[in-house]
Design a protein around this ligand. Structure first.
Ligand code: GLU
Length: 522
């Protein structure tokens, strides 16, 4: 078949615009490594004014997991990385789910067979198993379907033409395998690693098309990167071993000139640097490795996400970007806009990046601290609602946020740090001040409400002045009065400046809490 006969090909203009794709298989939740791959794709696309495509690689039916695609889309949305083209958004190269493109792959498999770069293989699963047992030896402990064994198997290279014709006409199921050259060195220039080369001798004859006519990942990824005019393909380092198969497919299909530039992103490592970070490390060490909560519908296994743990997407994205990249100036805090303008693939490190949960929390704290109250408002209201704290007045909630945000590392911290602005402490624990309590202090707090009532202006400065003046008049050290005052208002030894708290919760609430505090001390 000639290229012009393929419908997609005739549409193909010269690709000048940057086009990248994130191509997940819908097999479960997205963990850090996956989201970082999206992020680097996204940053690169936006930096170059290009397109960011989401393509769902669902050719492996046995690994398909219900809900995974929705989860992936929701994660991208939460992180602020909306694709320009996707199954949901559509686009000029739709469909964006490989299962819906099934019909378009067969012709390329046939083309490869016709040109001698691939062949039909009729072996049954039992025969394959037999091969693995029969050819196992000290020098070849796990025999593969490759140049050493292919002529001993049942395929269109080893069988006569007539026999092949017979099997095909009888409808005997077959797969199409690539015919890997016996001894060839092939290579490419990786944007991160530079020159990378492989010897084809160790790579087996991968299946390209399955018995049901569905392509495997290897064929589908090459065909779709070509048809979708992808200019740059960034993916995890774990895909590097597949590169020789893909390189040959680009070559055999006659598309070498259109091959995207590849970058294989370094792994995200366990905190101790010992290998790839896994979901299990998160469970073991008590931190999330998924972007959002995920429950596997097959096993009901639950995995906690950064979102539900109380991370802001801004912080999550910022933290992820710094796992394997920096701008060379020592700057660590970047908004998405800043990342887009600073991102440069040549500054992505070759080595893996160790994940450090404490550092991740540091990013979140920095983001919470500097976020405008307006930005935090919906999240904080959710946190308060979950803690059964009613917060209806937005302008009040925003004032509270500004007072306490510096003390919050994760969003749920707002429940404790802000809760007492909405609800009086149930029974204030006055224990810390009991030992040094005396009659003078009781009288001070008994008389304080009247002084507060009489204040002409209600603000922190006026409150503090009146409080200190009263303490001086009674010769009591202010330091010894502030802690009990805090315990009465807050219910614990924490929170922002006590007069700021008093000013915000209001005169009546302050007076009520003083009375309750005195009762606890009585
Ligand atoms: N479908 C592959 C995955 O699940 C995509 C790898 C690639 O980007 O080529 O990660």
């Amino acid at each position: 078949m000639r290229a012009q006969q393929y419908p997609y090909l005739s549409l193909r203009p010269m690709a000048t615009k940057v086009r990248v794709r994130f191509a997940p298989s819908p097999t479960g939740g997205l963990h850090l490594g996956g989201v970082r791959t999206v992020l680097f794709n996204y940053l690169f696309a936006r930096h170059h004014g290009g397109d960011f495509v989401l393509r769902i690689e669902d050719t492996d039916n046995t690994r398909f997991v219900e809900g995974a695609e929705q989860y992936i889309m929701e994660t991208l949305r939460w992180c602020g990385m909306e694709p320009d083209e996707s199954p949901a958004a559509g686009g000029p190269f739709a469909p964006y789910r490989q299962s819906e493109r099934k019909a378009s792959y067969m012709q390329y498999a046939e083309q490869l067979v016709a040109q001698g770069h691939a062949y039909y293989a009729f072996d049954t699963p039992e025969e394959l198993e037999e091969m693995r047992n029969a050819f196992k030896s000290a020098e070849n402990p796990s025999p593969q379907y490759d140049h050493r064994l292919r002529m001993k198997m049942k395929n269109s290279l080893s069988l006569g033409e007539e026999e092949v014709g017979r099997l095909l006409s009888e409808g005997v199921p077959y797969v199409v395998r690539i015919k890997m050259p016996e001894q060839e060195t092939i290579g490419f220039t990786d944007m991160i690693r530079g020159e990378v080369s492989f010897s084809t001798s160790t790579v087996d004859d991968k299946v390209l098309l399955k018995k049901d006519g569905m392509p495997t990942y290897h064929l589908a990824v090459v065909v779709d990167d070509y048809l979708m005019q992808i200019t740059h393909a960034f993916r995890g380092e774990e895909w590097l071993p597949s590169a020789p198969v893909h390189l040959l497919l680009w070559k055999y299909l006659g598309w070498s000139d259109a091959m995207p530039q590849w970058a294989h992103l370094p792994l995200i490592l366990k905190p101790d640097g010992n290998g790839k970070l896994s979901k299990r490390d998160g469970d073991r060490l008590g931190f999330p490795v998924f972007a959002m909560n995920w429950t596997d519908p097959r096993s009901n296994e639950f995995t906690q996400g950064f979102r539900e743990r109380g991370f802001l997407p801004e912080a999550f994205v910022n933290m992820l970007a710094m796992l394997g990249w920096n701008d060379g100036t020592g700057k660590e805090l970047f908004s998405m806009t800043e990342l887009i303008s600073a991102f440069d693939m040549s500054r992505v490190h070759k080595g893996g990046a160790k994940f450090d949960f404490e550092k991740a929390k540091w990013f979140n704290h920095e983001w919470i601290k500097t976020a405008p109250a307006e930005r935090l408002l919906p999240d904080v209201k959710d946190v308060l609602k979950t803690a059964d704290i009613s917060a209806v007045d937005d302008s009040y909630v925003k004032q509270v946020i500004d007072l306490v945000k510096e003390r919050c590392t994760l969003l749920p911290d707002f429940a404790e740090q802000a809760g007492f602005f909405f609800k009086a402490p149930a029974a204030p624990d006055m224990e810390p001040v009991k030992a040094k309590w005396n009659l003078d202090k009781t009288l001070f707090f008994t008389d304080l409400p009247a002084v507060l009532e009489a204040l002409p202006t209600w603000n922190a400065i006026a409150l503090e002045a009146a409080f200190k003046e009263m303490a001086a008049a009674r010769a009591i050290k202010v330091g010894e009065l502030q802690l009990p005052f805090r315990l009465m208002l807050v219910g614990g030894k924490f929170g922002p400046a006590v007069f700021d708290i008093a000013a915000l919760i209001g005169k009546q609430a302050v007076i009520n809490r003083i009375k309750k505090g005195l009762e606890s001390l009585a």
